[in-house]
Design a protein around this ligand. Sequence first.
Ligand code: HEM
Ligand code: SF4
Length: 551
Amino acid sequence: MYAYDEIDRTLINERVAEFRDQVKRRLSGELSEDEFKMIRLMNGVYLQLHAYMFRVAIPYGTLSAAQMRRLAHVARKYDRGYGHFTTRQNIQFNWIKLADLPDALAELAEVDIHAMQTSGNCTRSITADQWAGVAPGEIEDPRIWAELLRQYSTLHPEFSFLPRKFKFAITASDHDRAAIKVHDIGLRLHRNDAGETGFEVLVGGGLGRTPFIGKTIKPFVPGRDLLSYVEAILRVYNQYGRRDNIYKARIKILVHELGIEKFAQEVEAEWLQMRDGALALDDASVADIRSRFRYPAYENLPDDTDEVKQAASDPRFAAWHANSVAPHKQPGYAIVTLSLKPIGGAPGDATADQMDGIADLSERYSFGEIRVGHEQNLVLPHVARRDLPVLWRALDRLHLATPNVNLVTDIIACPGLDYCSLANTRSIPIAQELTRRFSNHETANMIGRLHVNISGCINACGHHHVGHIGILGVEKNGEEFYQITIGGRADEQAVVGELIGPAVPYADVADVVEDIVEAYLALRARPDELFVDAVKRLGLEPFKERVYATR
Ligand code: HEM
Ligand code: SF4
């Protein structure tokens, strides 16, 4: 966990006081909704279909038990008793009253939480691998660099009015759990041939109306130069990015139109002028940030424990253990994923009681630390393996032990027409129906890793382009239709999925997904050939044929 200092606290408390005054002026009518819009967006407040929506930052997805408890409190006191964890490792509250917002923000500020830069045309809250600091084989904890970027970019005057929003994601593992290739800037920490650590920098990835996979702009930027190099990218974007057309404003369009070589030349020229200036990082400033990350005092424990061996005779525990427990870099410990995808539930939702329960369990079994992943699940990052059976029983009581992580029912879905003012169609009910169709664990397990991602409109908040099966809602003559893509993925082999044919009506979506899955089961080369690999090998045709032969 990172420990805030007085500068961080002063900043967020001043922001609360400022916002309190702004809300007062909006409520008295002194500010119109139009005038207020810019102000509220700077504090993560949207106006949605039914109410204001409040988006809270969880930098690089790390939360303490106290912070989780406070989020539960906000859900209970100011909302309808639940919150929604999102693909950006944030949490959103959908039913908050404007008059309550300053108090909610003030209560969150007491535990070092804010909502700055969760919205607007600025550098957004920075996301990272949810297994940062605990993944075996990781180069180093990428959150140290994410925190440096957070401090550098927070309220940065030059980057508060960019042509469009700007998202960073960072990982330090070979396997990309942070979807860095679909971010404006993706960073992968790695070691070069000389054994020095630095970053592969990718630029111009993004989803939405025009999806692009990020391109490597520089294979190796030393840690010392990270801030100056990303600042050079942002400056070039700020200067040339389009401001006349919102659909062409993202950096991905600029990179596409200029070409990555030309864009890289511009960045290089900018960078060479400034790389040795104030932004060059010395070892002391990196060490200072590093020293403010607190790590658990792990015990020396064996990996094999009698507790787990005994519990494994219960098939429900065994299924959960096989699905939700991953190896940890420290022997005797495990990384545990908590599924926020119960059968029939809204993906990513957690009740206040669940949040409180998770906070308690994290204190007992995970050194008081929790992570939010971009797949809308939570993680307890430091669980002693001997505690797994007792933790499982407690999670099961909280309905947080569905053993479906990475299976077909672990669906990513945006809020769609249930909340979102931009939506064309519903997303959540589609996810709910699909989880019911595939509710049999043995079947889902036999199908294996399969990511279904759903968005209620072209903005792609549900990452549908990079779902192994992607579902995009489109409206046709006032009715809900859905385009289906297959073969997308968001990891180190990221690729945008391909459309299999004409959009299908709402009532057919679950049948179509079932058809696709059946085609895969019939055609896969081996039981361990993943769906997405089978699609790559076979192409679209056999899936198309299966879906449209009878429609
Ligand atoms: C309910 C209120 C929401 C609104 C009004 C909203 C609005 C938008 C808009 C307008 C875009 C398109 C931006 C562009 O392409 O330039 C977008 C993209 C995105 N939003 Fe949302 N969103 C909402 C909720 C969410 C939720 C709940 C999530 C996560 C589950 C989310 C995560 C994302 C992501 C990951 C993108 C991807 C596109 C990209 O940046 O490449 N948003 N959102
Ligand atoms: S994809 Fe569209 S419908 Fe879904 S949350 Fe984003 S803007 Fe709303």
